[in-house]
Design a protein. Structure first.
Length: 307
């Protein structure tokens, strides 16, 4: 469960132990940043029969996990009347609005949509599998087709991290955020030009690298061995020497100790490279970036992805 709910772990454990006779519970206290951090591998190694994962969504489907898995969503109530009044005051009826949010506000999102449609708004609730309709993550968001003629994205949730995923994926669509806690509606922007410049600079440095490092994220299900192998084969075909690392968390200080490695590829979290790549002493690429043909323009590749 997320750190914000970890305080309830012992209480939930006591309830299960009291009402489910003969069972034993294990509380996994490892850091859980998001839905990708579901740790069925560790649970299986500990001899568990079932893994209960609180608050995050089914990014890793239950038919993929190595043991039985139960996802328990956390639903947080919202002042729906204030949300409706805010939308009515700021957006004209007839506007096409793509509504998205994090999983804890998903019930409110779906409950609000019919009322907005009745008020004359064209509401779209997009979906990207395997997430629920309207749900987005910091690494996973839907691409809104041009033919949908979406006027704006309305994000229901606190913070910008998840919304930034949708803004990166849909650079031409204005984005707004309604914070259920502060009850404020804000216009959000993202510097796509800076993103392209930063990643272009990282790839320019990577082209000169003589020795590469491949990092497989071991935090939950962040790492994908198949993706790692694909990149490895790509580098081996070019005769590039490779260093392998298995890391649960990736910090600049750790990688900075290996001076001989001139470029890193992390198969863990794409936002790590996009948001904090500049803080690392060597280029830190995503798997997608690593597989880009270096002789082609990264600008064109990125524009194709983000349009």
């Amino acid at each position: 469960m997320p750190e914000g709910l970890l305080m309830f772990a012992t209480t939930i454990s006591d309830i299960l132990t009291q009402f489910c006779h003969g069972i034993e519970t294990i509380i996994m206290g490892d850091v859980t940043y998001g839905a990708c951090c579901i740790d069925d591998y560790t649970a299986r190694a500990l001899g568990c029969d079932i893994l209960i994962h609180y608050a995050h969504s089914c990014l890793i489907p239950v038919n993929i996990t190595k043991i039985q898995t139960l996802y328990v969503f956390v639903d947080i109530g919202v002042d729906v009347e204030h949300l409706l009044a805010t939308i009515d005051r700021n957006f004209k009826p007839g506007s096409t609005i793509a509504m998205v949010g994090t999983i804890q506000f998903n019930a409110t999102l779906h409950g609000t949509a019919p009322k907005l449609r009745a008020a004359g708004y064209d509401i779209i609730i997009p979906q990207i599998a395997p997430l629920s309709k309207g749900e987005i993550l910091g690494c996973t968001s839907p691409h809104l087709a041009k033919e949908q003629n979406v006027d704006l994205i309305l994000y229901l949730g606190d913070g910008r991290f998840h919304l930034e995923s949708a803004m990166i994926h849909n650079p031409s669509v204005p984005a707004y955020r309604y914070d259920p806690y502060s009850r404020r509606l804000t216009r959000e922007t993202y510097d796509h030009d800076q993103l392209l410049a930063d990643r272009s600079n990282a790839l320019s440095q990577a082209r000169k690298a003589k020795k590469w490092g491949l990092i497989l994220g071991s935090l939950g299900r962040q790492g994908n061995p198949h993706t790692l192998r694909m990149i490895e084969e790509h580098l081996e075909s070019k005769g590039v020497p490779v260093v392998h690392l298995l890391l649960s968390e990736i910090f600049p200080g750790k990688l900075g100790m290996m001076h001989e490695v001139e470029c890193w590829v992390q198969v863990a979290c794409p936002r790590l490279s996009i948001d904090w790549g500049y803080a690392f002493p060597r280029p830190l690429l995503t798997p997608y970036e690593a597989l880009i043909e270096f002789e082609k323009s990264v600008h064109q590749h990125y524009k194709r992805v983000y349009k």
